[in-house]
Ligand binder design. Structure first.
Ligand code: SF4
Length: 138
């Protein structure tokens, strides 16, 4: 992936900081995780004009951006407060999984991880479930 522009990098850094405040989440304690995801988002912003999640494989990114579901913050984050990139996590670095369906891969990987700030985030909690992703999760 190309190095992102400073402008997009700063835009995404600001977005991440504000979204953490809004949802009661934290960035990962390992700064390299956060930097890598933010860089990926900023690169997509440069190339595609959209902050497409950098942690999925997309057969065709141009087709993928006809839907908003993997624009950060993605449908899974807004509905279940789950970030598979580990960009928005608890202070201990674990992603919240308690709202995920039992058969979701996040529950299989991490078990049930409670949300320490249940009064924040999940702005789409009332929406019906999203269709399965077009791409595969890395
Ligand atoms: S999984 Fe969702 S919330 Fe996390 S970085 Fe990707 S798009 Fe953003």
């Amino acid at each position: 992936m190309n190095e992102p522009s400073q402008k997009s990098l700063e835009r995404m850094q600001t977005y991440v900081r504000k979204y953490c405040e809004k949802t009661g989440t934290a960035t990962h304690p390992n700064k390299e995780v956060t930097e890598s995801v933010v860089k990926g988002l900023a690169s997509h912003l440069d190339v595609l004009g959209k902050p497409l999640c950098p942690c999925n494989f997309y057969p065709d990114k141009k087709v993928e951006i006809t839907s908003r579901r993997w624009f950060c913050a993605c449908d899974e984050m807004k509905r279940w407060k789950y970030c598979h990139c580990l960009l928005f996590v608890r202070e201990d670095g674990l992603p919240v999984t308690e709202y995920l369906p039992a058969d979701h891969e996040g529950r299989q990987i991490y078990g049930e991880v409670k949300d320490p700030t249940p009064d924040k985030g999940r702005e789409s909690r009332a929406l019906p479930p999203s269709p399965p992703p077009k791409g595969e999760t890395l």
